[in-house]
Design a protein around this ligand. Structure first.
Ligand code: ATP
Length: 222
């Protein structure tokens, strides 16, 4: 089984990295691929350009984080990064190997707005993780009725159900909750506050080196 962890990674932080590692280990995946999107369809364009986000992600994962791999196919494809297209290209390479698309609760609650969203579950399992501030339950008032139906129909009680079919199941997976967001990190940097210990030092160094996120110059010595 392969894990797919998509995001804008603007910048990558420990909330992403810890979730990716815990799902990789907890599900016994062959590998966990981190896929930075080129152009997100449902939100404002990223602040840092694709090359800077990819460099930060590569430096965060490094070469010694067992199982975590950066896959830059959405950046090579350019244009709007629709997950349904990405999964189709992965599926073409991996034939029937189960694919597990990891989504934070905030992302899952928006799934019905994704391009051709109903086809996504035909290509991959969904592994939905908690994110501080977001509640998830089949009867939650914030869950769209189509998603509530999907949740009920495809819900897997345990991970054994995921290994036997290539796609189509939804697993809720508990991870260490880290209340970190890229939005908050960008705001801190722009205000002249240090985001250290929310993201890898390598990434913070790149932000300073490249002057990303309207960084205050006096922070260069931080
Ligand atoms: P932004 O603040 O710019 O919206 P973000 O921090 O939410 O960024 P994204 O790159 O948009 O990060 O998120 C990609 C994926 O990572 C989503 O599935 C999201 O739910 C998940 N994610 C992001 N931050 C966390 C976190 N702190 N804990 C768990 N999951 C997270």
């Amino acid at each position: 089984m392969i894990g797919i962890y998509g995001g804008t990674f603007d910048p990558v932080h420990f909330g992403h990295l810890r979730a990716a590692l815990e799902v990789y280990q907890g599900l016994g995946l062959r590998e966990m691929r981190l896929l930075p999107c080129f152009q997100p369809p449902h939100r404002a364009p990223p602040v840092a350009d694709a090359r800077a986000r990819l460099t930060m992600l590569r430096s965060a994962v490094g070469t010694d984080t067992a199982g975590l791999v950066v896959d830059n196919r959405e950046m090579r494809r350019e244009g709007v990064s629709y997950m349904v297209d990405t999964l189709a290209s992965l599926r073409a390479e991996l034939s029937d190997e189960p694919l597990c698309l990891v989504l934070g609760a905030d992302a899952f609650l928006q799934l019905h707005h994704w391009h051709r969203w109903e086809e996504i579950i035909a290509q991959a399992h969904l592994v939905v993780t908690h994110r501080p501030g977001w509640t998830l339950a089949a009867d939650a008032p914030n869950l769209d009725p189509a998603l509530a139906r999907l949740w009920r129909d495809c819900h897997a009680d345990d991970l054994a159900g995921l290994a036997v079919v290539p796609a189509g199941r939804i697993l809720q997976f508990t991870i260490t909750e880290l209340d970190i967001s890229a939005t908050h990190i960008r705001a801190m940097v722009a205000k002249g506050e240090s985001p250290r210990f929310l993201l890898p030092d390598h990434v913070w160094n790149l932000i300073r080196l490249q002057g990303l996120y309207d960084i205050k110059r006096e922070m260069d010595e931080d």
